[in-house]
Design a binder for this molecule. Structure first.
Ligand code: NI
Length: 253
């Protein structure tokens, strides 16, 4: 049984068949999902889904790519949503220097503000770090009590080891199934199984052999198979370990 710790079923990409996709999860072995929001509206939708489906939990937060739209009210809105019993984390939050560097200061401010909210509410965080490894690490070092996951981890072995030492988890997604995946595989071999999470980032990042198509959590076994191969374990062991890891981090069950 699988736990997809990062899937955006609040996305409009699921508007035509969300019900059908989600109702097929159990028969495909996916028994838990965390849906992180990207802004207030999408966080609200994630919370609504978590109320509708007992196997879905929500995370609420503002994604760095939404920096331009963040206002003074955004933090209050996220704080209010985070009080919901189905919310297990603040996310997805972080830094993204890939698309646009215009709002770096705003991104950093949002990241810190939401980290402080997570600490205040005693919740873990879901971190998005795209081409911003140095700054992400520098910021999380300022909060030694903070716990969470670096989603779709793309940093070095050295960075991975530091995060593990600090109590963090690392999430791995479809890109580890791609031919050019080298660094991430090295990281998987270097970190303890107890800190690895499986994620899809649906509807994005479909693993091989479904690369290019819309992603959903039923593709998790392809990601688990790569982790199993790199760890020299069987897929069932990886599924069971990552299920326990996810439940521990998000305090589910
Ligand atoms: Ni995501």
């Amino acid at each position: 049984m699988y736990f997809d710790t990062h899937a955006h079923y609040d996305s409009s990409k699921f508007n035509t068949d969300r019900e059908e996709v989600l109702s097929s999860m159990a028969e495909n072995g996916v028994t838990l999902i965390v849906d992180p929001g990207d802004n207030t509206e999408r966080s609200r939708r994630a919370v609504a889904l978590a109320h509708r489906y007992p196997f879905i939990y929500a995370a609420v937060g503002w994604h760095p790519e939404e920096a331009e739209s963040w206002t003074d009210e955004s933090l209050c809105e996220i704080r209010a949503l985070a009080a919901d019993e189905r919310v297990v984390a603040i996310g997805e939050i972080g830094l993204d220097y890939y698309w646009d560097k215009t709002f770096i200061d705003q991104q950093k401010m949002m990241f810190r503000t939401q980290i402080e909210l997570a600490l205040e509410l005693d919740l873990p965080v879901i971190v998005h770090d795209r081409e911003a490894h140095g700054d992400c690490l520098e910021i999380v070092r300022d909060y030694p009590m903070l716990r969470g996951v670096f989603h779709c981890f793309s940093g070095s072995v050295e960075m991975a080891r530091e995060l593990i030492k600090r109590g963090w988890y690392l999430g791995f997604d479809g890109p580890i199934t791609y031919k050019n995946a080298v660094k991430a595989l090295e990281v998987i071999r270097s970190v303890p199984m107890e800190r690895i999470l499986l994620e899809t980032d649906s509807p994005y990042l479909s693993p091989v052999p479904n690369r290019g198509k819309r992603n959903d959590s039923r593709n998790l076994p392809y990601i688990a198979a790569v982790v199993a191969r790199e760890k020299g374990m069987d897929v069932e062991t990886v599924a069971a370990a990552t299920m326990e890891n996810g439940k521990r981090l998000f305090r589910i069950g």
